[in-house]
Ligand binder design. Structure first.
Ligand SMILES: *Cc1c(COP(=O)(O)O)cnc(C)c1O
Ligand code: SF4
Length: 377
């Protein structure tokens, strides 16, 4: 049996097994048992070993071991916080597809993951076999993608697409590659974090054939970037597959500039490019992971200019209800009248910048008067 499949089989799935590795009293075991009826427990031993068992609020522990705070549901929290089920160009006729942006489409291949993140925003379906994608649903989804020539990129998501075996995954990739209007394929996965053994030589050799292909890993904390996962992801990068990272800004886990700086540096030293930092979604029972946007912006302001520009991910919010992602940006500019701008430097002080005339609102501007190129007169 392949190592990753063995690792997946041996993963911790109930509180009594967990108690053999992590000190838990009976009450804690009882709470975990109850919580797992709503959103199951699964932690591969590789990941469990990253926990410092003596520290109760260890960040790695909080990401994978349930806490009683998950019972708390706050006002405004939703089953489907990012509106997977709402705004959809295919009107939800196809369960395997979420089509919101005309050029990109999400293809959900499986509800299963390598482990279950306690902050998961798709917990309404993730880990639940009722949401298994049938062969027929998959064929219908592929038919839809073939028929819509505005689609340029298919984003495989889930669950975790790399939970599928190579023999299931590769034929799907092959069918996608045969669609002429599709330019890129993207795979979103947390397998390199939960179970890095998944990146087998066979997977690397197989994925190499379907380029241009992007892998988006989901590292949240620098301690998740182990030498094993670095070695494994390097194999994909060595054959020319682009590896990006997206993370979630999580309270008590990665909500300081210092931890963020360490995470992003570790990523670029592995040649992984930071892509997105998600503001945590309003899923039910995850209020204990939520930081304010104000705090998020403050962290980003401290990162600006103190790490390489390409190491700084975009901070984004998925507007609840399916209205899309929006960049969250600290506002460094303020206007005084039309032309004068005050700029706050991320390094030091405030500075005045005289802006160019606005060609649309300023009728006296040269570009507004000019109707043709001076060189052509
Ligand atoms: C996030 C998301 C995408 C991908 O967006 P990018 O900005 O290209 O990463 C596509 N479709 C949906 C529905 C999404 O939520
Ligand atoms: S890997 Fe993603 S989809 Fe799976 S449990 Fe974690 S956050 Fe949810």
């Amino acid at each position: 049996m392949e190592r990753w499949i063995q690792e997946d089989k041996d993963a911790i799935r109930n509180p009594s097994d967990l108690a053999r590795y992590i000190p838990l009293n009976e009450e804690e075991q009882d709470i975990i048992e109850k919580l797992c009826q709503f959103f199951q427990l699964k932690i591969p031993l590789y990941y469990l070993n990253l926990i410092n068992p003596d520290v109760p609020d260890d960040p790695i522990r909080k990401m994978c071991i349930p806490s009683c705070e998950e019972f708390i549901v706050k006002k405004g929290e939703l089953n489907d916080p990012i509106g997977d089920l709402k705004v959809d160009l295919n009107n939800q006729a196809l369960p395997a597809i979420t089509h919101r942006y005309s050029d990109r489409v999400l293809l959900h291949l499986t509800p299963l993951c390598g482990g279950y993140c306690r902050f998961c925003f798709r917990r309404r379906l993730v880990g639940n076999n009722e949401f298994r994608v049938t062969d027929q649903q998959l064929e219908q989804a592929l038919f839809y993608i073939r028929g819509k020539d505005t689609i340029r990129e298919v984003i495989l998501t889930g669950g975790d697409p790399l939970m599928m075996s190579d023999t299931k995954l590769f034929p799907i990739l092959k069918k996608l590659r045969e669609i002429p209007h599709l330019w890129t394929i993207r795979i979103h996965t947390r397998m390199p974090i939960w179970n890095p053994y998944r990146i087998t030589d066979q997977l690397v050799a197989g994925l190499k054939k379907f380029q241009p292909l992007w892998i988006v890993a989901h590292f949240n904390h620098p301690r998740e970037v182990t030498s094993l996962t670095q070695r494994q992801l390097s194999k994909l990068i060595d054959v020319g597959i682009g590896v990006l990272n997206q993370s979630v800004l999580l309270k008590g886990i990665n909500d300081t500039p210092e931890i963020q700086r360490e995470l992003q540096w570790k990523l670029i030293r592995t040649r992984i490019v930071p892509y997105y930092m998600h503001h945590v979604d309003k899923a039910k029972g995850i209020s204990h992971f939520r930081v304010s946007i104000k705090k998020g912006l403050k962290i980003f302001k401290e990162l600006q200019g103190t790490i390489p520009g390409y190491a700084l991910p975009k901070y984004v919010l998925d507007i609840p209800g399916g209205h899309g992602k929006v960049p969250l940006q600290y506002n460094y500019l303020s206007r005084n009248g039309d032309r004068q701008i005050y700029i706050e430097s991320p390094l030091h002080g405030y500075h005045v910048y005289e802006d160019a005339p606005d060609e649309f609102t300023d009728p006296g501007s040269a570009s507004a008067q000019q109707t043709s190129c001076p060189a052509s007169e």
